[in-house]
Write a protein that binds this ligand. Sequence first.
Ligand code: UDP
Ligand code: UDP
Length: 301
Amino acid sequence: MGSHLCDRLLKDGHDILCVDNFYTGSKVNISHLHSNLNFELLRHDVTFPLYVEVDQIYNLACPASPIHYQRDPVQTTKTSVHGAINLLGLAKRLKARIFQASTSEVYGDPVIHPQPECYWGKVNPIGPRSCYDEGKRCAETLFFDYHRQHNLDIKVVRLFNTYGPRMHPNDGRVVSNFIVQAIRNVDITIYGSGEQTRSFCYVDDMIEGFVRMMGTEPGFTGPVNLGNPGEFTMLELAEKVLKLVGSKSKLVYLSLPVDDPKQRKPDISLAQEKLLWLPTVDLDDGLKETVCYFRTLLAHK
Ligand code: UDP
Ligand code: UDP
């Protein structure tokens, strides 16, 4: 998502300092930007202080796929919490507007459906997903306390599942897993019964939402849900992917991960009202683009 945001901001005429520790990001995704004089890359881990001069900050730092964020859970919490503290400290010193990519995981395994921003969520504080969920929740707390205590100009959005080109083939998330499995004609791994639901937003729509949120009037802090309200079961997703790829893969059923949310769908009325934002790419079109990207990527492996 960061590389797509860089592309968009450069296109809009901005000067970009891209900061990444490459824990899950790939340099290939920004390799086309190195010759651009308005693009600068810094290898840095946001859990350490960062002294640079900028006008605006977008914080997207944190592994987001369950298999990645659970590999080193202590580091995941540190990335969200210490990362937020350092970047908020930076924003405070610079009096810079700061954006936080929060997550629908703050709603946990929700009992309210679809999820509006006013819902406080149902989150397990001590489970395997907690490093991500509680880390992101604590980051939101820090953003709002810096806003109240130091008058910081904050913009908080909550992302629902997002997909598209430049995802890592071993990302472990459902869209990339299913597409890679379908292209390779190997078993499609359905966790649990496959009846759990998610809402999938195409990356270009998401980036548009980021930029619109960053452009809102001072004092409008969010949090604002960003996601595509189309809701699909994992079985429906598998069927779509199999058809698009023309794959011979069979479905296999594996155990459901602990605390896997049963349903998830954003209420995006606030984004519609305040950002005049609506996703424009439906799942079939977005999947087509993503399949095309993975076909090219896997052909060169
Ligand atoms: N910080 C940073 N860059 C800056 C300013 C601050 O990385 O330009 C970090 C620094 O590690 C600090 C944290 O942000 O501890 C929080 O800063 P703040 O000014 O809120 O707190 P304080 O320095 O008083 O602890
Ligand atoms: N999932 C699946 N097969 C996979 C990967 C994921 O059935 O190979 C399921 C997973 O159990 C969850 C949903 O797909 O219910 C979305 O998982 P993902 O890891 O993409 O994101 P999450 O929304 O859980 O963070």
